[in-house]
Structure formats: C-alpha cells, structure tokens
Write a new protein. Structure first.
Length: 148
C-alpha cells in the first residue's frame, strides 16, 4: 500500500546526516523507514551505506565493501543510483586510492575557480604578463605594489 502523504515535507529528514537529527526528527524518520519497499527508503539506505565507505582506512577492506555496495546500487531499480554506480566503477581505482592517500582535490578546484573569475575580470588585458600577474595576486595572496 502506497501512502504518499506520509512522505510530504520530509525532504530534509532524508538529506540530513543522522547525527544532526533532533530526537523528534529521528523518530519521524524511523517511522518512515519502516515502509521498507518504498523507493525513497531504499535510496536513503543506499545513501547512508555509501557514507560508511569514507570511514575505511585500508584499501583491502574498502574494496569488498564498495563492490558489495555497487552491486546493491546497480540492482536497486533506482536510476540515479544505477548511473552513480556505473560512474564509480569507471573511477574505481582512483576512489580506492583515496583510502590510502586521503588527498582530495577540493583546494585545486577552488583555485581553478579563482583563475576562472580572474580571467573573466581580466577581459581586456592586452598582455599575457598582466593576466599572469593578476592570477598570482588573486591566488597567491600577494600584496599589491604601493601606488606612487
């Protein structure tokens, strides 16, 4: 029996991390999760179980867990998770290497974004040297020369 009204206005319950839920929210989510065959409940369990992957410290332990999760996701009949599992499989070596290296590329992505903003601001620079200097000042937090 489908009860779509039970799921109305519950978006943030599903998206919040469990440790950030208040007691009332935990009870409400628990009641919703008892409806086990609903797609939203399956998606919630997939999401939460994928978060456990990031806790593994050794590739040897992370790989079987991730492969089991990928099987579950690809057989979930939830198209976004099937696509996500396919993408993870394509990048499996790099994702498993993260357990060993613990290096993320967030800082690099942030710097690329700064360079893109600078390039938009630099429209009209006539010399490459000026553009490069703007990047150095924007990304390197270099002080500007005092104006005389």
């Amino acid at each position: 029996m489908r009860r779509p009204m039970a799921f109305k206005r519950t978006r943030w319950l599903w998206l919040k991390n469990p440790w950030n839920l208040k007691n009332e929210e935990q009870r409400r989510l628990s009641v919703l999760c008892r409806q086990t065959n609903q797609p939203i409940v399956r998606a919630y369990h997939l999401k939460e179980n994928f978060q456990r992957f990031w806790d593994y410290l050794y590739e040897g332990w992370a790989q079987p867990y991730l492969k089991q999760w990928l099987w579950w996701a690809s057989h979930s009949r939830l198209e976004p998770f099937v696509r996500f599992a396919r993408m993870i499989r394509e990048h499996l070596d790099g994702i498993l290497a993260w357990t060993r290296l613990r290096v993320a590329n967030g800082a690099l992505e942030g710097m690329n974004n700064k360079v893109k903003v600078i390039s938009h601001r630099a429209y009209g620079f006539r010399k490459t040297d000026h553009y490069i200097a703007a990047i150095w000042h924007g990304c390197g937090e270099l002080p500007l020369e005092p104006m005389s």
